[in-house]
Design a protein around this ligand. Structure first.
Ligand code: ACM
Length: 259
């Protein structure tokens, strides 16, 4: 199957422009079975106050962003994962939407909030895996990568491919995904953004990483890019490293007891 990302530069607080731009870029990604957009792709990231994010937060199923992405997913017969600000009641989450040819599938609320995000968003409470038929996917948003437990849990729950929407500002993630994928034997699509907002620069370098830690492709640091790779998700179901080591069976769970 074909998995890919759209590394783009969102315009801060200009949702209409961002939706138009993403729709344009998705036109060139029709071939992908699963395509990932950045964290908060439709709003920008570096909010200066809660009012800004409050004005743009949306319902997961009926919001303008979800409605548009559902239409495109249906038209392109593909799955789309994209970061957005989600409103549930009076709470706002930094979430990743997952839609497909049949409409809305899931909204994952980012569990590990980074820095000022804690001023604007509620943290999510759970992570999970969704079976799309051809592949089982795990959802992740940016700083979640920093906590090895996150990808480990998704792997143990059966994920083949991690859909990782990001707004990376620190330089470590692209190289670290090599280890995360290797130690879990899963694929990952890390979709980052480029540009700068209120003095905060984003590092680009979106990446598709293979189950052996191989970097299938890494994007440039400062230009937009749509990229698609062909993968066999079933490779992620083989957790044998050699005839004697299996990365699930060999975990010494008793030895990790903290008492
Ligand atoms: C981040 O989690 N957006 C750094």
């Amino acid at each position: 199957m074909k998995i890919g990302y759209i590394q783009m530069e969102p315009a801060f607080l200009d949702r209409e422009a961002n939706l138009d731009h993403a729709a344009e870029m998705l036109e060139k990604a029709k071939d992908a079975d699963i395509i990932v957009l950045p964290e908060l792709f439709n709003t920008g990231y570096n909010f200066q106050g809660k009012k800004e994010v409050n004005a743009l937060a949306e319902d997961a199923e009926t919001g303008v962003t979800s409605t548009l992405l559902q239409e495109i997913a249906k038209e392109n017969d593909q799955y789309i994962a994209a970061g957005y600000a989600e409103r549930i009641g009076d709470k706002i989450y930094n979430s990743q939407l997952l839609v497909g040819p049949g409409g809305f599938i899931n909204s994952y609320q980012k569990v590990h909030l980074f820095c000022n995000e804690k001023k604007f968003f509620e943290p999510g409470k759970s992570i999970g895996v969704i079976d799309l038929g051809e592949a089982r996917v795990g959802q992740m948003v940016c700083f979640d990568w920093f906590f090895p437990e996150c990808m480990r849990t998704l792997m143990l729950k059966g994920a083949d491919i991690i859909l990782h929407s990001a707004n990376l500002v620190l330089p470590y993630c692209p190289n670290s995904m090599v280890t995360r994928c290797l130690e879990n034997r899963v694929f990952a699509v890390t979709c980052n953004r480029i540009g700068e907002e209120h003095g905060l620069g984003f590092i680009g370098m979106s990446q598709i990483t293979a189950t052996d830690g191989g970097i299938m492709h890494r994007a440039p640091e400062s230009s937009e890019e749509t990229w698609i790779e062909e993968v066999n998700p079933l490779l992620a179901r083989n957790k044998d490293m050699n005839e004697l080591n299996n990365i699930i069976r060999d975990r010494a769970v008793g030895a990790y007891d903290l008492r």
